[in-house]
Design a protein around this ligand. Sequence first.
Ligand code: DLL
Length: 439
Amino acid sequence: MIAGENSMIWNERYECMSRDEMKEVQGERLREMIERVYYNVPFYRKKMQDLGIEPSDVRGIDDLDKLPFTTKQDLRDNYPFGLFAVPKSEVVRVHASSGTTGDPTVVGYTRKDIGTWSEVVARTLSACGVSRDDVIQVAYGYGLFTGGLGVHYGSERIGATVVPISGGNTKKQIKLLKDFETTVLACTPSYSLYISEVLEEMNIDPKDLPLRVGIFGAEPWTNSMRKEIEEKLKIKAFDIYGLSEIIGPGVACECEHQTGLHIIEDHFIPEVVDKDTLKPLGYEENGELVFTTVTKEALPLIRYRTKDLTILHPDKCSCGRTSVRMDKVTGRTDDMLIIRGVNIFPSQIESILLEMGETKPHYMLIVDRINNLDTLEVWIEINEEYFSDEIKKLQSLSMKIKHTIESTLGVSVKVKLVEPKTIQRSEGKAQRVIDKRKK
Ligand code: DLL
């Protein structure tokens, strides 16, 4: 069976309503949300008061641009629960961005939010042709990362059989792909390529596996990578997009036509703004994607700046859905790196190095993709007095740095200590990252 053949529309009422009806639904939900946020989140009340806006000034989505933006920094400044709009007793789950040196970004869900999340993921999976007849192997990480549990609950909602294996342990993944007759694989696109390589090493022909669909996201990937994955694994590969702050996976996803990702607009209102002036841009214009969540209870966010760059398209898709579609994310407006699905800012590594004292603040991050796995190498200049030390001491320093970075960021690194003054100095903005994956 090919993907798409049995695809269905999970929630036809909301996924296929006319643009006018959608605008009505969004407006009504927005008004209700702004009211709730104004009275329950002091941070937003102050922001709105500073702008001279009251909840009654927001009558519909045409008033969105009166409202203030929210950034990741706002979440960090209000760590851990400062932006929550409900008492903690109503929060049934939290997730958080992977370890940072400062405070991680924490997101929370009420019981109703978990239901909403399952619903939106169910819609996205259905759009990829996944149904109750499928066995879905969830190889996104389970834990504080939203990938594993997010896809898990949505899969259960549609009644598919879930294999909650989490990431890694590739030989076991392959054994279960075979033994459990997995038909859908959900993981990062780069991990799927790695799985294909291990399959080859094990002399297993993917044609002999019942696998037919891949649900890939959490990191940027290109259409040429899609082609490679589809050829190597003999499946149809779909792009799923999301971010923890908005809900996790399930914010948008492709359908069988793969002409952009359908945004679940009755829950998340999208806008694209100019990344510098923050002025709203029209459809078909490239800019920073911004979302307003209109149904979330625990952590409703107003105009959250994703820092992801994309273009929005409003025309109806041949699949019947009327939702606005976004292009594949083409880049970010900041320097966040996604390494094996883990989000990392170079500044996090910098502060670890500075805190250690034995190194100079001159470093380079070399990111590559070797055998389809992302690698991160950190080159660091060490202080003169350490450089003359015996090899053993240097090795132990290198191990200490490696361990500290790995335990803080949750991603493995290779550390290379270099002589003082060997890393190129820059007269302007220092170039700290060489990302060889971007070819
Ligand atoms: O990555 C949620 C997710 C899990 C999405 C599983 C899809 C599948 P965060 O860890 O908060 O959440 O990272 C969010 O990852 O702002 C994008 O920069 C990037 N990203 C996520 N999906 C895609 C995608 C999850 N399909 C950040 N294409 C986002 C490109 C993506 N980038």
